[in-house]
Design a protein around this ligand. Structure first.
Ligand SMILES: [Ca+2]
Ligand SMILES: [Ca+2]
Ligand SMILES: [Ca+2]
Ligand SMILES: [Ca+2]
Length: 698
């Protein structure tokens, strides 16, 4: 009921705030589903890609990885606009995907580039076996879709109370795995306010329920079943609370091959072939083999061979530190296993109540970094362990503890400064005291080396010739690093440049202003935003480190909020035209003394067809929250003296003030955004060229 209320309010608000025809002329295609969700590798399959807003002018699909070819199927009929002067409205396109025969099975991100914009992230699942699509009425066990196993079923939980039934023949003694991809592929869907919670159940021909599962990989189910007797069996899938939505697509992978739900050891070295224990009910208790590429680091999705044959790929952690195995008994601080570091320990909380203790020797003042890798939402790390991490002194007294790195990362991490010379104990346990064979983890223990991470708000930018857009880069400095970070963008399309950005030591963010030359031709590319910094290691030596920014896609959350979700494709396109062709600002070089103000005059060059509202800003904001700001400390936007609501006009101004105690800074890039609303959450922010802002010392 509450959800209905939100939608109704949002629609009313939209009607009040954005009467028809004043919204952007340019659309932001928000992909809602891919159907069928799965395509078989080594084959060409045609798939429907559907979106909110307009996919008109789609000319290229960019798929993550190098091994999937995508070709857009031209529409059968000539597209006609609904009214004269408008663009034809294209809600879905058909695409032929051809994953190469050795493409790694699993989900891939993709985007659609149109001549006017770039879509939000869509997801496609690469599978090994043939795909069958749900057909007709299959809502009762008496009317199932007949399917062949092994195989992959693609369907939709398309309406409330939808229940899909499938019937298949099984040989005596066969073991089958049933794996669902549904909830997982919805996390990155920009505008899907409610998500599916699929549940699957297995029945025999007498209607007895034999097995089932609701949540295994977060909300997605998995189970395996050993069929003693052959015959006809039935599989049912539905939403856990009998909800449904025409955009809720799913794929059920039914496999007779060995299937590992995880592996141990869970952390592996790069550039080597490792033997692992395959975990889970269909692993046949066999050993598996994983080959880790030389360049791989961190969380990886890698192919697993069991019994000399490819099984399913698994998520592992690749560490560049020396690896060690836990050695039981190690439950108490007295039994702690001595380790030297840096090290990555492979352990598991094998039974309920198991705790794993590791002993390290530290000198007074040394700073240790400990981090567990086990289970991370939105990633392929799916150990059942909900880890908690403690540091104890040699007497067993707790000195530090952590159970979640952040709201998003449920794996723990901490840094610890030794108060005195001596032995300390690092302990891993399950937060709820649970355990099992598959409760695997990797624990990194190292000196806390100066480091940083980067995030970028703006996972895509589309630029008309001569136009600019802005991305906000946020730096998180770690373990005593306090230096500047230089940020660059790699692999930009021809004709696109980016203004140099250096985030100074006293700032945590900055703006990247991407600009297309007036001669730039339509093109699209995946890029990388890279930060480079000089850090001094704990060994006293300077080194250059480089970190790639994680792009964040904005996600429309219920009630009109703006959430963000990590994605992997960071994309820049040159498009044919934009609602705003340029944002002219004067002055472009600003130098302020503490306490001074400056007025920036803004003239927006509209496309002749765009007559809608435009708002100005210097920050990325939504409903009072600041998501990105390039303003140096002490500099604020003086709202009362600025003219930011241009309505259908084209001229405004922004007044900035440096507070009397604003610290000095030199040539910090800022920009003025001219924003056009796409809907009540998404604003397309066109940018002025860079303005450099300096504050002189008092
Ligand atoms: Ca259905
Ligand atoms: Ca579920
Ligand atoms: Ca253990
Ligand atoms: Ca233990």
């Amino acid at each position: 009921m509450q959800r209905t209320y939100f939608v109704t309010t949002a629609v009313l608000l939209a009607l009040i705030m954005f009467p028809q025809r004043v919204l952007s002329q340019i659309s932001y295609p928000m992909i809602t589903f891919t159907h069928p969700l799965a395509v078989q590798r080594g084959q060409t399959s045609e798939v429907e890609i559907a979106a909110f807003q307009n996919l008109y002018g789609a000319y290229q699909v960019l798929v993550e990885g190098e091994d999937v070819v995508a070709e857009i199927v031209p529409p059968k009929q000539e597209l006609k606009p609904e009214k004269p002067g408008a663009l034809p409205l294209v809600r879905s396109i058909r695409v032929r995907f051809t994953p190469k025969p050795h493409a790694l099975p699993g989900p891939r991100e993709f985007r659609v580039a149109t001549s006017l914009s770039i879509s939000s992230i869509g997801q496609l699942l690469i599978v090994e076996d043939p795909v069958t699509i749900e057909q007709g009425v299959n809502n009762a066990r008496e009317h199932p879709n007949k399917i062949a196993v092994p195989g992959v079923i693609c369907g939709k939980i398309e309406a409330a109370e939808d229940v899909d039934w499938f019937a298949f023949e099984v040989k005596p003694g066969q073991t089958l795995s049933f794996l669902v991809y549904c909830a997982r592929v919805q996390d990155k869907i920009h505008d899907l306010q409610k998500h599916a919670d699929p549940i699957i159940s297995l029945y025999d021909s007498a209607g007895r329920e034999l097995a089932g599962n609701d949540d295994f990989y977060f909300a997605d189910p998995y189970f395996a079943y050993h069929f003693k007797e052959g015959g006809t069996y039935y599989l049912q899938i539905r939403d856990a609370i009998y909800d449904g939505d025409p955009r809720w697509v799913y794929a059920i992978i039914i496999s007779d091959r060995p299937f590992a739900t995880g592996v141990f050891p869970f952390a592996l070295p790069p550039g080597k072939t490792s033997t692992v224990e395959a975990l889970g009910p269909a692993s046949q208790n066999q050993q598996g083999v994983i080959r880790v590429p030389e360049q791989a680091r961190g969380i990886q999705w890698l192919s697993l061979d069991i019994g000399g044959r490819p099984a399913n790929p698994v998520g592992v952690y690749v560490s560049s530190y020396p690896l060690a195995l836990e050695l039981e008994p190690n439950d108490t601080h007295q039994q702690a296993q001595p380790v030297s570091f840096p090290i990555c320990v492979n352990g598991r909380i094998r039974k309920s109540g198991d705790m794993d203790c590791y002993k390290v020797r530290l000198s007074k003042g040394q700073v240790l970094r400990c981090e567990v890798f086990a289970r991370r939402f939105g990633t392929v790390l799916t150990s059942p362990l909900d880890a908690s991490l403690d540091v104890l002194d040699s007497q067993g007294k707790m000195l530090a503890t952590n159970d979640d790195t952040s709201a998003a990362i449920k794996d723990p991490a901490l840094t610890f400064t030794a108060p005195t010379d001596g032995d300390y104990v690092v302990r891993v346990r399950d937060l709820f005291g649970k355990g099992g064979e598959d409760f695997v983890y990797a624990l990194e223990i190292a000196f806390a080396e100066p480091d940083f991470t980067l995030r970028c708000d703006g996972d895509k930018a589309w630029l008309a010739p001569g136009g600019s857009m802005a991305w906000y880069v946020q730096v998180n400095r770690l373990h005593g690093f306090s230096g500047p970070v230089s940020v660059a963008v790699r692999n930009l399309p021809d004709g696109v440049t980016v203004h140099p950005l250096m985030i100074p030591p006293h700032m945590t963010q900055g703006v990247l202003i991407l600009t297309a030359s007036p001669q730039a031709q339509c093109a699209v590319r995946n890029v990388q935003v890279v930060g480079v910094a000089n850090v001094r290691g704990v060994d006293g030596k300077d080194r250059i480190i480089e970190r790639v920014a994680t792009p964040m896609q904005e996600i429309y959350s219920p009630g009109g909020g703006r959430a963000r979700f990590d994605v992997r494709l960071h994309t820049v396109a040159v498009v044919e035209r934009a609602d705003v062709e340029g944002v002219e600002v004067t002055p472009q070089v600003i130098s302020l003394k503490p306490g001074e103000e400056v007025k920036i005059d803004v003239r927006v060059h509209r496309h002749p067809d765009y007559k809608g509202n435009i708002g100005l800003d210097v920050m990325l904001r939504h409903l009072g929250t600041i998501y990105g700001s390039p303003l140096p400390p002490g500099v604020t936007l003086v709202e009362g003296k600025s003219k930011t609501l241009l309505g259908q006009g084209s001229e405004g101004h922004i007044v900035l003030r440096a507070s009397p105690d604003a610290p000095p800074c030199e040539q910090v890039p800022i920009s003025v955004l001219a924003q056009v609303s796409i809907n009540f959450v998404v604003k397309i922010s066109y940018s002025s060229p860079p303005i450099t802002l300096s504050i002189s010392p008092k």
